[in-house]
Design a binder for this molecule. Structure first.
Ligand code: FAD
Length: 440
């Protein structure tokens, strides 16, 4: 794509990008690479200092487009070769693990990253390409002209008003800027989850030994049935030297149960399976962050005159129960917003119609297509039985299958029928199964 033509500048920057997370750094990098003057604003002391996630960055074509040689250059931790899911029932634990030979060689299906390092590195790439990064600066509100068109931002501090023909709001899940612009209302608690996590230093060799890994192989491990009746799940991710152990808890469910997130986290960490893997490890930090979980129904309008929103600010994040996608969508939407801005600047038209092509680009890309494919998943994941009844049921069936007490052994079918009767009706299970299949 062409760099914008030199033009008479009434503003010091072609674009202001708010938030130096993966969405914002990608937008700024894309624009700076093509000659635009971009200001990247970050409220944290450094890019990444406020960032937290699980987490795994899945294979991300936008990353390669932004940084040729991305997989050799970027500071990722381990490539993921194994993905496990444990269903924790009352006194039982059922674990399924998936491995593929292809996960062990580039291009990797996914890599774990430590966000403070990764986000800082990505923002540095934007700066190397010519963007200006201002940290420790909070964008408070949008500047609008008389025609109600966004023409910049107001920041705390001496900079005051910063004008630019395009603003890209990548200010994360609580995006006040998107709300102020009238693009979205405040998200409600039924659309949000709270992530809480403890980071442990275990050491590279010990991680390899405990998780049965070699070289820089890594693993992700999800848990159902560990959230004390709150809808949500647990996770373990291996970084190079550290292990992330945490929970994702649906906010409305957490509120209605009246439990404190850290209590549920402590109980998760004390479970024998988890405690064994973390024995003797040094706790480095606790962190917490919200994430959008409402799926495609939660995605608002994405642009208006002078403004686009990307990443979590636009709720471009989803889970289908097996995978959590956010980083890839943030980087891709940042890149597409940057490309749209370049095109609009090139024609000297950053009005609503011109920037609306960003919405179309996202609709055509995998970002909104994938979110539409898994559009039923949020509803499926509101089913309370997923988090308590079914993990226990699976454990009970398997326990009776494997147990031997000298009596004649019933058929697996008979065991399943008896256990199902105890846990609820067969038609309800069939309905849940059907909903589950339709959702994924
Ligand atoms: C517990 C948890 C686990 C997750 N696991 C995964 C995973 O395994 N894989 C995955 O792909 N995704 C995962 N996600 C989702 C992923 O982290 C997000 O989708 C992604 O970080 C979104 O990037 P972003 O740039 O849009 O927003 P953010 O990463 O939130 O970045 C926003 C940036 O804007 C800054 N900012 C905010 N407001 C202002 C302001 N007013 N002025 C200046 N700066 C501002 C913030 O400080 C921050 O740096 C997880 C999220 C959580 C919470």
């Amino acid at each position: 794509m062409k760099a914008p033509e030199p033009r008479a500048r009434s503003a010091p920057f072609d674009a202001v990008v708010v938030g130096a997370g993966p969405a914002g750094a990608s937008a700024a990098l894309c624009m700076a690479q093509r000659g635009a003057s971009v200001l990247l604003l970050e409220r944290g002391a450094t890019a990444g200092s406020k960032s937290m996630f699980g987490g795994m960055l899945p294979y991300c074509p936008a990353a390669e487009r932004l940084v040729p040689g991305f997989w050799d250059e970027a500071p990722w931790e381990r490539h993921v070769v194994r993905r496990s899911l444990s269903l924790i029932g009352e006194g039982t634990s059922t674990t399924m693990s998936f491995e593929a030979d292809s996960f062990d060689s580039p291009p990797y299906a996914g890599v774990t990253v430590f966000r403070p390092l990764f986000d800082r590195w990505l923002a540095e790439q934007a700066c190397k390409a010519g963007a200006t990064l201002l940290t420790g600066v909070v964008a408070r509100e949008l500047l609008k002209d008389q025609a109600d068109r966004v023409v910049g931002v107001v920041v705390d501090g001496p900079q005051g008003q910063i004008r630019a023909p395009v603003v890209i709001a990548c200010d994360g899940v609580l995006s006040f800027l998107a709300e102020q612009a009238g693009l979205r209302r405040a998200f409600n608690t039924s659309q949000m989850a709270l992530g809480v996590k403890a980071l442990f230093h275990v050491g590279e060799r010990e991680i390899n030994r405990r998780f049965d890994l070699v070289r820089r192989q890594g693993t992700t491990w999800e848990f159902l049935g560990v959230t004390e009746g709150v809808r949500g799940g647990g996770f373990l991710y291996t970084q190079l030297e550290t292990v992330s152990a945490g929970l994702v808890l649906h906010l409305d469910s957490l509120q209605s149960r009246g439990l404190a997130p850290y209590e549920i986290l402590e109980r998760f960490l004390a479970r024998p399976l988890v405690a064994g893997l973390l024995r003797g490890a040094r706790l480095v930090e606790y962190s917490a962050h919200l994430l959008p979980e409402g799926g495609v129904q939660m995605v608002p309008r994405l642009s208006r005159a002078g403004l686009m929103i990307a990443g979590d600010a636009a709720a471009l994040c989803y889970t289908n129960g097996l995978i959590q996608e956010g980083m890839n969508l943030a980087m891709t939407s940042g890149l597409l917003a940057g490309e749209t801005a370049l095109e609009a600047l090139g024609t000297n038209d950053t009005g609503g119609d011109s920037l609306a092509s960003y919405d179309d680009r996202l609709k055509e890309s995998f970002v909104l297509r994938d979110m539409a494919t898994y559009g039923r998943a949020p509803e499926m994941m509101r089913n309370e039985r997923l988090y308590s009844v079914y993990p226990t049921l699976v454990g009970q069936i398997l326990q009776r299958m494997y147990a031997s007490d000298g009596n004649p052994r019933p058929s697996v079918r008979a065991i399943a029928r008896q256990e199902l009767k105890g846990q609820g009706s067969l038609p309800r299970l069939a309905r849940d199964l059907w909903e589950g299949v339709r959702a994924i």
